[in-house]
Design a protein around this ligand. Structure first.
Ligand SMILES: *Cc1c(COP(=O)(O)O)cnc(C)c1O
Length: 390
């Protein structure tokens, strides 16, 4: 009788076990933090697969195998930060290559292309990836890479990942998705046709705002080898302690994301009922223009909620300073709730006219909804609204 393949393990099981073997020398259940730069060799060139920690480190290797598994890839490549991962992936390209990027990619991604990679001969164009006709038009000129995010920051625009990737690959461009906002628990771009997935593990994967890290994940063996080479050649690797912290975060990703989503849904509904709120941006709302696409490609809708306050800059700033639980801070994805006023914080360097053109109004506020008791979060917002409009 032919034996059938075992049923693939579920997400949470893989998040906890993939890449995690009890330590062979002691039986330690948790992957040790291998704080070593080098490894002894039995004879010149005879070793256990580890020579030097920029090239291989067991703690980093465990993290790479773990995230590759939950993202549905075969190889993870861990970097010192999300931007280091971005730099590693862009380094696949030769001088003269053209990159097409989404119109509201992470600001640091734009800055890296605009201020650094462009000096090394990469060119890039910006396209609204929510508009497939615009994507077709942008791909009329040869391109070697298409780079986009869904949902995006701070307006949570949703792009059809399968359709954008299909178009990019049909033109011979590598399709890269920065999946930081959705996480592998809610969305798997490789399964939707992406060649490479990038994460800032600083955010939901780490999940506790205590580490900076990045990851690229691929399924293709040739891409894996090229990225492993670049990781070692450039050297911006994830250190062993950072790798351990991200791994510890990932173990609870599924339960955290469920709670982030539960809380964000309640808060988005509460915001939607406020007369002082002009608009709520949350892919889980039926009035969100990307809701149907999001429903198709995401399991739930995430923990990020933005809203446009019907008020001037000063009032928005007053509200942003009046919360007690929502900490006024950049970044996102930790267990604690954070609040960002893009006009004065994350997007403060963007000229006002440009900001407004993108819909980043003076009254726009972005919430990274944490996993506290949601009643307390709503009460916190209620209090801040009262103070801001007193
Ligand atoms: C934070 C972030 C990055 C950059 O990651 P770092 O770890 O800060 O270098 C890239 N993309 C997105 C979507 C992010 O939120």
């Amino acid at each position: 009788m032919a034996s059938s393949d075992p049923k693939p393990e579920g997400f949470s099981t893989r998040a906890i076990h993939a890449g995690q073997e009890p330590d062979p020398s002691t039986g330690a259940v948790m992957t040790p933090v291998y704080l070593t730069s080098t490894y002894v060799q039995e004879a010149p060139g005879v070793h256990k697969g580890y020579e030097y920690s920029r090239t291989q480190n067991p703690t980093r290797g465990a993290l790479e195998a773990n995230i590759a598994s939950i993202e549905g890839g075969t190889q993870g490549i861990a970097f010192a930060s999300g931007l280091a991962a971005t730099h590693g992936v862009l380094s696949l390209l030769d001088a003269g290559a053209r990159v097409v990027i989404g119109h509201d990619v992470y600001g640091g991604t734009y800055r890296l292309l605009d201020k650094v990679m462009s000096r090394q001969g990469l060119t890039f164009d910006v396209v609204d990836t929510t508009d497939l006709e615009a994507v077709d038009a942008a791909l009329k000129k040869p391109a070697q890479m298409m780079w986009f995010e869904s949902p995006t920051n701070p307006l949570l625009h949703v792009s059809d990942i399968a359709e954008v990737c299909r178009r990019a690959r049909a033109c011979g461009a590598l399709a890269v998705v920065d999946n930081t906002f959705a996480t592998p628990y809610l969305q798997n771009p490789l399964a939707l046709g992406a060649d490479i997935v990038v994460h800032s593990t600083t955010k939901y994967l780490g999940g506790h705002s205590d580490v900076v890290g990045g990851m690229a994940v691929v399924a293709d063996a040739d891409l894996a080898a090229r990225l492993k080479f670049l990781q070692n050649a450039i050297g911006a690797v994830s250190g062993p302690l950072d790798s351990f912290l991200v791994m510890r975060g990932v173990k609870t990703l599924a339960v955290r994301m469920e709670r982030h989503c539960d809380n964000a849904e309640v808060i988005a509904a509460w915001l939607g009922a406020q007369t002082r709120v002009r608009r709520v941006f949350y892919p889980g709302r039926e009035d969100h223009p990307g809701h149907d696409v999001a429903k198709r490609q995401m399991r739930r809708f995430g923990g990020m909620v933005s809203f446009d306050l019907d008020a001037d800059l000063e009032t928005a700033r007053r509200l942003a300073s009046a919360t007690r639980l929502f900490a006024l801070a950049e970044s996102l994805g930790g267990v604690e709730s954070l609040l960002d006023h893009p006009a004065s914080m994350t997007h403060g360097s963007v000229p006002r006219a440009e900001r407004l053109r993108h819909g980043f109004t003076d009254g726009l506020l972005r919430l990274s909804v944490g996993i506290e008791d949601v009643d307390d979060l709503v009460a916190d917002l209620e209090g801040a609204f009262e103070q801001a409009f007193a």
